[in-house]
Design a binder for this molecule. Sequence first.
Ligand code: SAM
Length: 348
Amino acid sequence: MLARSRIEKEIASLGGWMPFARYMQLALHEPGIGYYASGARKFGAGGDFVTAPELGSLFGRTLARQLQEVPGGRILELGAGSGALAETLIQATGFEYLILETSAELRARQQERLGKKAVHIEKLPENFVGSIVANEVADALPVHMVHWTEEGILERGVGPGLAWLDRPAAGTLLEQAKGINPPPPYVSEINLLLKPWMRSLVDCLARGAIFVIDYGFPQREYYHPQRAAGTLMCHHRQRAHADPFARPGEEDITAHVDFSAAAAAAREAGAGLLGYATQAQFLVNCGITEVLAEVNAENALHYAPIAAQAQKLLSPAEMGELFKVLAAGKGVDAPLLGFSSGDRTHTL
Ligand SMILES: C[S@@+](CC[C@H](N)C(=O)[O-])C[C@H]1O[C@@H](n2cnc3c(N)ncnc32)[C@H](O)[C@@H]1O
């Protein structure tokens, strides 16, 4: 309730309209009211959604094989959630581990889990050498909503009573929306923060690789005529729905990642593209089947649950195809292990 009234007050003070990106920023990240800023149990089977690291250690142990190839012996994780991935990667690599986390509540939870094994930093470092990992972080960046109509391009914002309200689009948003131009009527998101976010990651890197792992598509598929309602999704207690005004501050709001935009931003900022693949392809290339065999040898009793993890991570009906891995970097020779086969960089 607190979040709803705070947001309604701000909408009134802005004259009855707020860009959706501002709404998403408040509902997810604002200290005191935002979903990620609050104490709700978000992750894992008892929470709102299950991410790959929350399934168990298989994802992290497989990703570790890739990160061990990158020079520097350091990992910087952005948005570390419950700290599950950090725990696995630290154990598997022995690398120095930094975390940049925007939520104070999650930072505390990560510190409790990881103790001195990870160091929390307040801002991106300078001249970082190593790997930067962001799993399901780009989808939480606030997005703008655009409504392409026969009459023109509108920005879809939030009006009084938390309801959609359109007004003519302007500025950078209008320019970008014109460049996409799907057949109207069409509603979708444009992530204006993705470019500066990618740039900031590339800028802080002296040598190494950035791995953006998330659900999403290349631009052609993202703005496909059949996806006319966009990709905005909310997650509450393992249920997905598309109404971002249902429980502000109490549930996750996400949009899929436009990987073409992310790749272009990385290139423009001076990084080389090191690969782009489905999560399934990436994990297979990294040797997920060997990791499975190791686990089997360690303890046969654990094999069944870990095989179930593999199924979730790899199956096209689950995370295998929808989730992608994009890697960009400086001073690192391609191909990286994870993209040795089935690299789809050409589709971006
Ligand atoms: C969906 S959770 C994913 C958590 C974890 N990476 C995982 O895979 O389980 C998103 C995480 O990103 C954090 N976050 C959101 N925006 C961020 C940003 N701009 N920079 C760093 N962390 C961010 C959130 O607080 C949360 O920890």
